[in-house]
Each structure stands twice: as structure tokens, then as C-alpha cells.
Design a protein around this ligand. Sequence first.
Ligand code: 4AD
Ligand code: MG
Length: 483
Amino acid sequence: MAFNKRIKIKNILEQAPIDSEVTLMGWVRTKRGNKNVSFIALNDGSTITNYQIVADPTVISEEILKKCSTGACLKVTGKVVASQGSGQSSELNAESIEVLGEADPEKYPLQPKKHSLEFLREIAHLRMRTSTFSAVFRIRHALAFAVNKYFNDKGFFYIHTPIITASDAEGAGETFKVTTLDLMNPPKNTEGKIDFKQDFFERETNLTVSGQLEGELAAMALAEIYTFGPTFRAENSNTTRHLAEFWMIEPEMAFYDAEDNADLAEDFLKYVINYALENCQDDLQFLENRLTEEEKNKPADQRSEMSLIEKLKFVSENDFVRITYTEAIDILRNSNPNKKKKFQYLIDSWGADLQSEHERFLVEKHFKKPVILTDYPKDIKSFYMRQNEDGKTVAAMDILFPGIGEIVGGSQREERLDVLTKRMEEMNIPQEEMWWYLDTRRFGATPHAGFGLGFERMVQFVTGMGNIRDVIAFPRTPGNAEF
Ligand code: 4AD
Ligand code: MG
């Protein structure tokens, strides 16, 4: 007989087939009881809710019951009965229990008590067995599914852009090198530099920082595409918003200008948030309760005005604010924290790059809404962004979210070959290596635009998790690649 003849706890809860014989498989969260009866809370990952197993010691031997400790994996067969206790509508009267895997209580690190998120990060291989992390990862799944559904329903095509590339799309230079050369003894060329012609790809390569440039090539044929893949940045940013390996969603659309781009981004973000609200109610409620508990330890003026679910509804139901960089600078320059020198970086003139303290001021204090900031100075943005008529700004957009800061970065692209190549010259971007990118401007160029959504930042926003390391299964940050 096949092994996997089981019913998922989620399905039992939905159907409650009273009196039927079922088999459950899952991990013990807790066991309590006395010499007459044991209650085991079992979780199989299908839902936040544990299912109660009732074990009568005259049916299940003491030896087996002893092994049903926290963390052990069980196969339980029995009858679904209406529950006597409060807290659940049905429970399972165990007729047989097979211990699939024991978990020595002396050694199992996840005993049923409150663990800090920092401690759980150190046991990332086990932390998905907690309610908090299993909720986060079910929601992460739902969000990824919503991303694909949104674009599929709109007729966008999912393009898989390469992970190993020879370009640094953002021009920031913070890439991880990819090589098979002997690091102890790399071949050198006549100039004494490493001879990458002898490397695997016969050129210098790195892990991609963005799929955008290849995405643009695809948009020049399929018109509306998106990528959704891992991206890598070797920036030494030890913050609660940065990972060295993160997932990015990058739609790219022919025949879109900057306004079309912002409209799509706003609609997309709202859709994805709504999808979670509709499909992840139990998990969101659990995380909301968790946050409410956490907030009780904070001083009253630092508590958030809205609960997690209220905040998600608010963002999905209200228009985002749209302002230009120039308007934002005026607001910031005249703001209290700037006048009272509370910002770490004071805003004194047009052209300054915005730091996350400024972004968060605009979103959390000034507008109290997501903000789409547009038309940044060209000198603080990438070479590919389309230059505006004023000669000073580009058709860039960043979307800023409460509690997160920048969640989306994008722009209308420079489709005019002469303007683009001039900008590349000014910014010292080698054109010979980018001949394929420039070809799209030589042959059948058209206005087009796109943006990138940092997937983990979206998961953070929806789950309310404060640290980005807690929304990806195995985070990669400076000094951390253990699991
Ligand atoms: O603003 P970024 O750098 O834009 C791009 O990469 C463009 N090529 C996107 C495009 O137009 N197709 O990154 C986009 C988003 C940011 O807004 C942020 O949400 C996220 O990616 N992001 C990070 N997320 C986690 N860790 C990091 N180190 C991140 N760097 C950027
Ligand atoms: Mg950006």
C-alpha cells in the first residue's frame, strides 16, 4: 500500500468528517495529560491550527506515548469525533500511533516556550516548525502565486533571465564573481592582470543584480513580460531591509510611459496584498496577534496606529500619493526633523540622494500612505532611465511603503539611441560590451518601461516581520551562509 494515505489537517478542519476513520501525519507541538488520557497537539504544516489527538493509555501503549514528545513525527490513525473541550470543533480518538521519527527531549532545541527570533535564526533548519515561521512561509507562497497569477491573467509572459551574466545592470559594481579559475594561481595576461579568457566563460562573469536588461530584450518581442528570480548584491549592508541574495519581480512593457508604469505598479501591489487578505486569513490573524503582543512591550507613542490587517486593507483600498522628487525635497527641507537637525543626513539642496530616514518620514509621518516618488535627478539614477525635457531629471519612480521604505524601483527607459549612448559615455559605461542592449534601440525601438519589486520586502510588509532575514527560508547576509 502506498504510504501517503493521509488527510491534511486543513481538510479535516474544513470538512470535519465526524465518525470517519482517518490517518494524520505530522509533528508533535505539545503533549499534556494525566495517567488516564493524553492530548497531543499535532501540526502537519497545512494550516496554522494544530489538531488535537486524544490517546487513551489502554489503547496506545505507554512506551509509544513516551516517544510522542515535542518535535517527534507521528502517523496517527483513529476516528474523528466532536470535541469535548473548547478551542476546536473536532478531534481524533487515536486507535494506533506509529512514531515515524523520535525527537529526544533532552536534545531537541525547539521546546514549547517562547523563543526569540534571533535564537530561531540560529536554528533556521528547524524554525519553520514554529507557528510564526510556518505562517510566514505559507504567506510567502501565496504571494508568489499571486504574482504569477496577476501577470498571467493580464497576458504577460514569464521570462527566465540568466543568473550568470557578464554585465552589472545597475552599474553599481557590487557583484559576486563567478569563476572556475584556480584562486591560488590564476592565469595572468601580458599586463599582469587575471586572464579571464582562460576562465569557464572566456570572460569575466558575475551573479546577476537584476534581470532587467535581458527583460527589455524580451519586451521588444513579446511586448509585456516579467521576470521573477533570484538576484545577488555584494553590498555590505547589515540592515533589516537588505539581503545579499533576494528575489525580484521585474515586469517590462513595450508601449508604456512613466505614468502607465506607475499605474501598473500600484494595481499590481494592491492585487497581491488583496490576494493575501483573501487567502491567508488564519495566518495573517496569527501574525497580527503576535504583533499586538509585541507592541505591548513598546512605549505608547511607538505603537502603530493600525493592526496588521487594517494596514493591509488601508493600502489596498486607498490611492497611493504621487509626487516628484523636487516636491519631496521641498517637503523634507521644511520638515521638523530637518529644521531640528534630527535627520542623520540633513537635506539642504536639490540633488541630494534620499536616505531611508527621509523616505520613511514622507510615508509614515507626512502622508501616512504609500508614495510614488518620480522624476529624480539623473545623477543619482541608472544610465538606462529616460531623460526628461528639463535635462536634469529622469523618468524614474520609487515606491515607498510604510515600515519598509523603498519597495519598488523602476523607470521609463531611454529608447533614443543618441541620448542613451551619450549618457553611457558620461557615466563611463562601456558600450562595446553592451552592443546587444543597444541593438534594441537600433532596431524597432519604442517607448517602454518597467520596475522591480523586492519580493522579500513585500513579504515583510504583508507579514509584519521586522527583519528581512525572517521572511526568506535561509537568508544570505554578510557573514551568513550556514544553511
Ligand atoms: O531599485 P533596484 O536596485 O532596481 C533594479 O534593480 C531595477 N533593475 C528594477 C527594474 O527597473 N526592473 O531594486 C529593485 C527593488 C528595490 O526597490 C527593493 O525592493 C529590492 O529590489 N532590493 C532589495 N531587496 C532586498 N535586499 C537588497 N539588497 C535589495 N536591493 C534592492
Ligand atoms: Mg532602487
